[in-house]
Design a protein around this ligand. Structure first.
Ligand code: SF4
Length: 178
């Protein structure tokens, strides 16, 4: 009997070494949709794959096809899922009224409405079509915008487009610079 025959006999005698549990184990991302995105944390701009299932983000990992990070993420980027799904995520805002001495808890919608109204009022009051020499500037110097690192590149694009080209705000800055 050749080697192949002996091996076949041997395998036939040995019980299947793979347990039912092992056979049923699969990747947590099986069946999920992978969407390419960018890590929101720093200017390196590592590419991520964001896995969604049933309209929920279930995993985020490095994108192997990215020439920047080649599938890797630093510890901060690797923890991005926590940023999205953490039960500790803050969903309200703290508001202290002008001259007030205490913080109040307010809904996010209330804050967005208030910010939009104040931006409109300030822009209307401070918009300059020309500068002191009569040159067209179409700007307001009365409003500034500072973005945080958790803004992604799509959000930064929209912020820059709306605030600079749309509203004439000059001071638009972001710490992350993706
Ligand atoms: S925080 Fe880390 S994973 Fe995210 S872009 Fe920077 S280096 Fe890459």
């Amino acid at each position: 009997m050749g080697l192949t025959g002996r091996l076949k006999n041997y395998v036939g005698l040995v019980p299947n070494p793979i347990s039912k549990r092992t056979r049923e184990i699969h990747a947590r991302t099986r069946g999920a949709t992978a969407t390419v995105s960018v890590c929101p944390y720093c200017a390196v701009g590592c590419s991520q794959l964001v896995y969604t299932k049933d309209e929920r983000i279930i995993a985020i990992e490095g994108n192997y096809e990215s020439p920047i990070n080649g599938g890797t993420l630093c510890p901060k980027g690797a923890a991005t899922l926590g940023l999205v799904n953490s039960p500790d995520r803050i969903t309200t805002v703290k508001y202290r009224a002008p001259g007030g001495a205490r913080w109040e808890e307010k809904p996010l919608d209330w804050a967005i409405e208030r910010i939009a109204r104040l931006v409109k009022e300030t822009r209307d009051a401070a918009f300059e079509e020309t500068d002191a020499e009569g040159l067209p500037v179409n700007r307001t110097l009365a409003i500034g915008h500072l973005g945080g690192a958790t803004l992604d590149n799509e959000e930064n694009y929209l912020i820059k487009k709306l605030f600079t080209a749309g509203l004439g705000i000059v001071a638009v800055e972001n710490q992350a610079r993706i």
